[in-house]
Design a protein around this ligand. Structure first.
Ligand code: ADP
Ligand code: MG
Length: 831
């Protein structure tokens, strides 16, 4: 079949409307030479012919075969970016979007104004952009603004094998958008690129594509990789095992880079440290000179001093007073709130093994050890692409970011622990936890493949072949493993009311879709289904509730629905700047250094306890006292953000105060972005981000707590009462409506000693116990007032005697109330 494809110069399009064009690109000789080695180049004609002939095309090719860097260039050369049209490529990982746009710009010898990227917080897209790399969430948001994506002549969905939720949704949406565009005479193409051959979910899915799209396989020019299994049943201590294996490789085997796959950041650091100690490497004086001066104490004092003391009656927020949406155009900067990569931050560290010392390494050749994980600073990440210093061997310790999105040059040996860290959600309770599990056979083979890029290589699997045989063949699509309320809201905002009918490549469970609709109804984002119908109709109605005005306002904020509701309510009592700061801090992962983390070096170890005590004290200071303390962990976040901004957001301030600099930078960007979004939604409010935010008044703190309750209403917990204390271990424990097991306030929480009767929490993480994270105290009387949808109300009470309210023209009375799911007695409420 391949032979019948004519040479590029003689290719003539069959359709006169699409003349064959060729836009020249001026590549350097060096780039040209490197390109010629890439297998995808041999398929250029086949790919371009298929794209011309078909609206949908699937390309499968081994990682490193050149899909991401070359296919956009083919399209560019074939004239898909002429006039005002542009080529869009989506990536599930931010790291990939940024790094690939730089690489392609360099290869094409074009400035970044032309080959650009856009990720959640930043981008360099201009009016001259022709090739745009972006995260999948960014494109999803663009579809909300312009359903037909009129600027794009072609969309490439990259890394489709990762099956990220946004990628799946995009494929479903584009399966409809592309035919619509073609019908309207504005041709558009969709390319789906995958690193594995497993594409049946896309190609064989009648709901998606009526005729299966052509699949082009790029023959990998892969060198053979010898796979070595461990004989023994796998150990618990795979980090230790990885250490020994790496030492052995380095001491005994010929030159060539080593890539070690572990599951999380802490493991990566622990192994880096052990290897650096075993094979020392002196870099000379690269001590990072931090110039910025941040006077911690000063910043804190000013932040605190500005606190006003006022005693006024408690204010109350009004649930119906939210930002209403002028439906026309949104803000240019709006983007989706994108999920993060799965190598989670807070993981358990395996202790250092004293057996290290027995492994007497020959330190004559230094090992150049580099960590690689998604939360690593970008300049650190970029190091893996550069050649190691002469006379050293490169050794990259990575999480699964190195599996398919980034190809590290010069790797000959792969050490694979066979595990992956995944976030698991309990569908009913919403409890999430990071768990280390076995990876899939497909992933393990991907990892092995990294060793055969430049020459024949070896992969050492730290598990037996029997265990490998038990791995699942492929990884599950993410959409089947996580809550979908944000997706459902986004889809409703696209007027896709019947979400069950959406052409998902893999449909989420009906259970998950119903849970999402229920949450959105209880948040007021969807119209409540009429309760008059029969049960069966109600079930169906539940899955097709239309979006409400509040829901539209919420959908315009690039954060999860619970937080979007807080933003929508935040315009009251001038709370918006604070709510924006709190929501930003809550959606950025791991803003605080983990106080419980183990030491990264012996040196640190001795000082760590001291540091822990100091940081804990700093957090107590941020939490404040009295009224503000009741905002709990969210007040700590607010205090941290305020103090850090006051000090100019320097790395030094962060380091000294136990904040993650990268998180702080993200929070700052998100604050700006959310401020723009709020201004677009309700221009009358006119918020602006004041970096030097003054602390909230007591009055405002009360409102903030109420707004938080309105958003996190389904995360209410009540302290277990003495009479219900069935187990002494339940001392100070809390009960939630949906879980049998008790949950706890973490010792590091601001409210650990306060133990209010009612709290709301951001999420529950299961570590040694079920711990609530992001805890804030709730006044019992707010529950019936602000969460009537969760309460049961009794008949009118005799006392106080019902009265006529002339302003509303109704009879008012008090009613008793209970939290209906669990029957908690709540204060009577005026209605
Ligand atoms: P695929 O998408 O098929 O996995 P890529 O297009 O990402 O393949 O990679 C093709 C080649 O480009 C690989 O050999 C890779 O090492 C190289 N490459 C990608 N990014 C860079 C970079 N920033 N610097 C040097 N080489 C790079
Ligand atoms: Mg790629």
């Amino acid at each position: 079949q391949k032979e019948t494809i004519p040479d590029r110069k003689t290719v003539q399009s069959k359709k006169p409307s699409e003349p064959a064009v060729f836009i020249p690109v001026d590549r350097s000789a060096e780039v040209q030479e490197a390109r010629l080695k890439l297998p995808v180049l041999a398929e250029e004609q086949v790919i371009m012919e298929a794209v011309r002939e078909n609206p949908f095309v699937v390309i499968c090719g081994e990682t490193g075969s050149g899909k991401t860097t070359q296919v956009p260039q083919f399209l560019y050369e074939a004239g898909y970016a002429t006039g005002s049209r542009i080529i869009g490529i989506t990536e599930p990982r931010r790291v990939a979007a940024v790094s690939m746009s730089h690489r392609v710009a360099k290869e094409m010898n074009l400035p970044t104004q032309v080959v650009s990227y856009q990720i959640r917080y930043e981008g360099n897209v201009t009016g001259d952009t022709k090739i745009k790399f972006m995260t999948d969430g960014v494109l999803l948001k663009e579809i909300q603004k312009d359903f037909l994506l009129q600027r794009y002549s072609v969309i490439i969905i990259d890394e489709a094998h990762e099956r990220s939720v946004y990628t799946d949704i995009l494929i479903g949406l584009l399966s409809r958008i592309v035919p619509l565009r073609n019908k309207k005479g504005m041709p558009m193409k969709l390319l789906i690129m995958s690193a594995t051959l497993r594409v049946e979910d896309f190609t064989e899915n009648q709901k998606l594509f009526r005729t299966p799209p052509p699949v082009i396989k790029v023959d990998a020019r892969q060198f053979p990789v010898t796979v070595h299994f461990n004989k023994r049943t796998p150990l618990e201590d795979y980090t230790g095992e990885a250490f020994h294996k790496t030492c052995k490789i380095h001491r005994m085997l010929p030159p060539g880079g080593i890539l070690v796959f572990l599951t999380g950041q802490a493991e990566v650091h622990s192994l880096c440290r052990r290897l650096r100690k075993a094979f020392p490497f002196r870099k000379g004086s690269t001590a990072a000179a931090e110039e910025e001066e941040a006077d911690t104490a000063e910043a804190m004092r000013k932040f605190k001093k500005a606190k006003q003391k006022k005693n006024v009656s408690l204010p109350r927020i009004d649930l119906d007073n939210y930002s209403a949406l002028p439906v026309d155009e949104g803000d240019e900067d709006r983007e989706a709130g994108i999920g993060d990569e799965e190598d989670g931050g807070s993981d358990l560290e395996l202790g250092d093994n004293p057996a290290d010392l027995e492994d007497k390494a020959d330190p004559s050749i230094p090992l150049y050890v580099l960590p690689l994980y998604s939360l690593l600073a970008p300049e650190q990440q970029a190091k893996v692409f550069r050649p190691p210093p002469p006379g050293t061997r490169l050794c990259v310790i990575a999480t699964n970011v190195a599996e398919t999105s980034l190809t590290i040059p010069g790797i000959k040996y792969v050490v694979d622990c066979g595990r992956v860290k995944k976030r698991f959600y309990d569908r009913v309770t919403g409890v999430s936890s990071f768990k280390v599990t076995w990876t899939s056979q497909a992933s393990a083979n991907q990892r092995a493949g990294r060793a055969g890029r430049t020459e024949a290589g070896h992969c050492y699997r730290l598990y037996s072949s029997a265990v490998f045989g038990d791995f699942s063949q492929f990884s599950e699509a993410e959409i089947t493993r996580r809550p979908v309320e944000d997706l459902v809201l986004q889809m409703k905002d696209l007027n896709i009311d019947k979400v069950v009918n959406f052409p998902f490549p893999t449909t989420p469970s009906t259970e998950a879709l119903i849970a999402a609709e229920e949450l959105l109804v209880s948040l007021g984002a969807l119209e409540e289904p009429s309760r008059s119908g029969r049960m069966k109709d109600l079930q169906r109605a539940k899955l097709s509730c239309p979006i409400s005005a509040l829901g539209r306002a919420m959908a315009s904020f690039p954060v999860a629905p619970r937080y979007a509701k807080m933003l929508a309510l935040g315009k009251q009592q001038d709370c918006l700047p604070y709510i924006i700061a709190v929501v930003s801090a809550m959606t950025v992962r791991e803003i605080f250094e983990d106080l419980d983390r183990p030491a990264r070096s012996d040196d640190e170890s001795s000082k760590l306890n001291q540091r822990r005590a100091r940081l804990a004290q700093m957090r107590r200071l941020w939490a404040g006292q009295g009224a503000s303390l009741l905002l709990g962990d969210l007040m700590v976040m607010l205090g941290a953000v305020g103090a850090c901004e006051f000090a100019g957001c320097t790395p030094k301030f962060c380091e000294e105060n136990g904040l993650r600099y990268k998180a702080v930078v993200e929070i700052r960007k998100l604050r700006g972005q959310l401020t723009n979004a709020v201004n677009a939604v309700c221009p009358d409010v006119g918020v602006f981000v004041d970096p030097k935010m003054t602390p909230p008044t007591e009055h405002q703190v009360v409102c903030l707590r109420q707004i938080v309750l309105a958003g996190l209403g389904d995360h209410l917990a009540r302290r277990i009462q003495a009479e219900d204390m069935l187990d002494p271990k339940w001392k100070n424990a809390y009960k939630t409506p949906l879980m049998d097991d008790p949950v706890f306030i973490h010792p590091n929480s601001a409210l650990f000693k306060t133990l209010p009767e009612f709290v709301v929490y951001q999420e529950i993480m299961e570590t040694s116990k079920m711990y609530m994270r992001g805890v804030s105290a709730v006044q019992p009387e707010w529950v019936p007032q602000l969460l009537p949808q969760y309460c049961h109300f009794g008949p009118p009470l005799d006392s106080p005697v019902p009265w006529f309210c002339s302003s509303t023209g109704t009879i008012r009375c008090h009613r008793s109330s209970t939290f209906f799911r669990v029957g908690w007695q709540l204060p009577a409420v005026e209605m």
